[in-house]
Design a protein around this ligand. Sequence first.
Ligand SMILES: NC(=O)C1=CN([C@@H]2O[C@H](COP(=O)(O)OP(=O)(O)OC[C@H]3O[C@@H](n4cnc5c(N)ncnc54)[C@H](O)[C@@H]3O)[C@@H](O)[C@H]2O)C=CC1
Ligand SMILES: O=C(O)[C@@H](O)C(=O)[C@H](O)[C@@H](O)CO
Length: 322
Amino acid sequence: MIEKIENVSVIGAGYMGGGIAQSLAAAGMKVMLADVSPEATRSALTRLLSEARDFEAQGLFKAGSAAVIEANLSAADSIEAAVRDADFIEEAVPEVPAIKHEVLGRICAAARPDAIIGTNTSTLPVHTLAPAVTHPERFLTVHFSNPAPFIPGVELVCGVATDRALIPVVKDMLRRADRNSAEVADTPGFVLNRLQYALLKEANSIVEEGVATPADVDVIVRSTFGFRLPFFGPFAIADMAGLDVYANCFKTFEDAFGERMATPELLKGLVAEGKFGVKSGEGFTGKHDPEKLAKLVAYRNNAYARMAQLLQELGPSPLAES
Ligand SMILES: NC(=O)C1=CN([C@@H]2O[C@H](COP(=O)(O)OP(=O)(O)OC[C@H]3O[C@@H](n4cnc5c(N)ncnc54)[C@H](O)[C@@H]3O)[C@@H](O)[C@H]2O)C=CC1
Ligand SMILES: O=C(O)[C@@H](O)C(=O)[C@H](O)[C@@H](O)CO
C-alpha cells in the first residue's frame, strides 16, 4: 500500500482537471497531465502555467507558487505515459459514463497495480464506475469542486471494494494541498450535489411559479442563509436558530407543500426531547456546555461581521443588479 502520494497523474486537463493539477503541483507533488491528444495536453499545460502566473500576480496564489507549479507540472504524450509511475491518478474526463469507463480502462491497463485511482465525478456512484477498474480496492471518488484551486472541500466516496486503508493516504495528500475532506456514502450525487441540485431544483420551481426572478432568488440566497454557509452547515445553522422554531416552520411547509416538506423525523425526535439546539444546549450537533456555546456565538458574530466587511471591500459581483 502506498504510504505517501508523491507522483500524481490527472487525466482530463479541462476546467476541473487543470485546477486539480495546479493545486497538487503547488503542494509539491509531481503531476503529469494527459488529455485527448498530446497537442491538447500541451495546450492545457501552457494555459495552466500562464494562469498560475496570473493568479500569483493577482495575489490569489502564494508567492512562488507559479515557479513551483512550473517545476512540478508536465504534459504526457498519452494517458499511458502519464499514469505509468503514478502513486495517485485522478480521472477528470466528462461526466459521461462511457467516456469514464473507457478512460478508466486505459488507466488501469497502464498504471501500477498499487496505484490509487480517483474519479472527480460529480454524481456517478462508485459502483457504476468500479466495473471499469481492475483491482477496484484501489478506486474511490475524490470529488473536488469548481474552481478547484480555490474551493477547499473535497468529497471522498468509497465503493464496496475500496480498501479503506486508502483513506488516510488520500486525506494526507489533500491536507498537503490545503484541502479538507469528508467521506460520504456511495449514492447518486453523494452529499454535495444532492444538496446543491435540490436547492437549484427548488429555486427553479420558485421562478416557474412566479414567486421571484432568478436575480432576486440569487440575492436572497447569497445574502441570507448563503451568507452563513462559509462558516456553518445546515445542522449547525438550525441549532443556532432553534429547533423548536424549525419544527413550527416545517408545519407551514407541510401544510403548503405536503409530504415532501414534512418535518424530518430526526428533528421531531430532538424537539420532542426538548433538544432545541443552542438555546437548550443540545441539538443536531450534539451537547455543548455553556462555555463552548458562548465561544460559538462569539465566533459566529465575528465571522459574520468580518464577512460583511469583506463583501463591502470586494463590492458587488458583475452579476449583481445595480
Ligand atoms: N465543472 C464543474 O463545475 C465540476 C465538474 N466536476 C466533474 O469533473 C469532471 C470533469 O468536468 P470538467 O472539468 O468540468 O469538464 P471539461 O470538459 O472542462 O474537461 C474535461 C476534459 O477531459 C478531456 N477528455 C475528454 N475525453 C477524454 C479522453 N478520452 N481522454 C482524455 N481526456 C479526455 C477533455 O478534452 C477536457 O479537457 C466531470 O466528471 C464533472 O462532472 C466536478 C466538480 C465540478
Ligand atoms: O459544485 C461543484 O463544483 C461540484 O460539486 C460539481 O460537481 C459541479 O458543480 C457539478 O454540479 C456541475 O459540474
